[in-house]
Design a protein around this ligand. Structure first.
Ligand code: GZL
Length: 329
């Protein structure tokens, strides 16, 4: 599918070639002008509108840093970056602004999976290609994005569940969920629950992927489910909030109540080494270069894979300080 810019560039190139030909004829030149620069064919940066869902967690901060480090003018990108503060209405407004600004490519990480049909159709009607980043969408719009780059959330949940089944088979589990309706929450829950079995989950509540809301949800859960022995937190930040709540209740995190999380940010891995987390499934946020590569290919009308999975790993309490100190985030 050719982006509007591609076709415009193509048209400009045709006009340029035609003009050069006419100039050669009219100037009586021999038409052998070998200049390759074609006059003002200076490299024009790709205008990218990036709607980031928020700054809710250490993961998101690292992801934003990676995006901004890669999508630079030196790398051929004119970036307009908008933080939606975890509000879908802010993202939809930003996406419409990008259409009005006539950007060449739109990249965004949708805070939740649904509610995008209207604006995705408007983007499609404007013939602006979309690079979907991190979170996923569930939409009726046909072919809404050219490519998606992110993690396999369901596998992350499965990996966490397999550790629990192996290492805490009799656990009474409380599930501290991410933003309800987000691809990360939906898929991590699906993967985890399928492995551990619903009968072993005493309760669920959302901490919206933030440390403060994770702490608040955990405080309530400790009252509601006094027999819980393990928390599966959909991200490190909520797990760190859970540690605060567990300690305030006079219990020992990692022992009285084990904690399994996803992300692998530095604070989370430090909690793992300190024995307060028991298992951390990584979800790597550092993929700005892959986003840059996809944007350049999409803008040039080159083929790109429909999806690119960012590779993850997992850590237990044998993690070393050297490993933690050597990581990018
Ligand atoms: C996962 C990402 C999630 C992280 C959270 O790719 O969407 O959102 O796990 C973040 O830390 O809030």
């Amino acid at each position: 599918m050719f982006s509007k810019k591609m076709r415009t560039r193509g048209l400009a190139a045709s006009v340029a070639v035609l003009a050069l030909g006419l100039a050669a004829c009219s100037s009586g030149g021999d038409g052998d002008d070998n200049s390759t620069d074609g006059g003002d064919s200076g490299s024009e940066n790709i205008k990218v509108g990036f709607s980031q869902l928020g700054a809710e967690s250490g993961w998101r901060t690292a992801n934003t840093e990676s995006v901004k480090a890669s999508l630079t003018a030196e790398n051929g990108i004119d970036l307009t970056f908008v933080d939606a503060q975890q509000k879908q209405e802010n993202q939809i407004k930003a996406l419409r602004d990008f259409i009005d600004q006539g950007v060449d490519v739109i990249a965004f990480s949708p805070v939740v999976e649904t509610g995008w049909d209207e604006v995705l159709q408007e983007i499609k009607d404007a013939e602006i290609p979309v690079v979907l980043v991190d979170r996923t969408v569930d939409t009726t719009v046909e072919d809404p994005y050219v490519t998606w780059i992110g993690a396999d959330f369901k596998q992350e949940g499965t990996t966490a569940g397999e550790w629990v089944k192996e290492n805490a088979p009799d656990a009474k589990i409380f599930e501290l969920q991410g933003t309800l309706g987000s691809g990360a929450q939906v898929d991590r829950e699906e993967g985890f629950d399928a492995v551990v079995g619903a009968e072993n989950i005493v309760g669920k509540a959302s901490g919206n992927f933030t440390r403060a809301e994770g702490k608040a949800a955990m405080e309530a859960a400790l009252q509601a489910y006094p027999d819980m022995t393990l928390v599966f937190a959909h991200n490190d930040d909520m797990g760190l909030g859970a540690i605060e709540a567990i300690e305030a209740a006079g219990k020992v995190p990692g022992k009285d109540i084990q904690i399994v999380t996803v992300d692998g940010v530095r604070d989370g891995l430090q909690a793992l080494k300190d024995g307060k987390f028991n298992y951390v499934v990584e979800c790597n946020p550092v993929f700005g270069d892959q986003i840059l590569d996809a944007i350049k290919k999409v803008d040039a009308g080159e083929d790109v894979p429909k999806e690119t999975i960012v590779v993850d790993q997992a850590f237990d309490q044998t993690i070393t300080q050297e490993t933690i100190d050597g990581r990018k985030y």
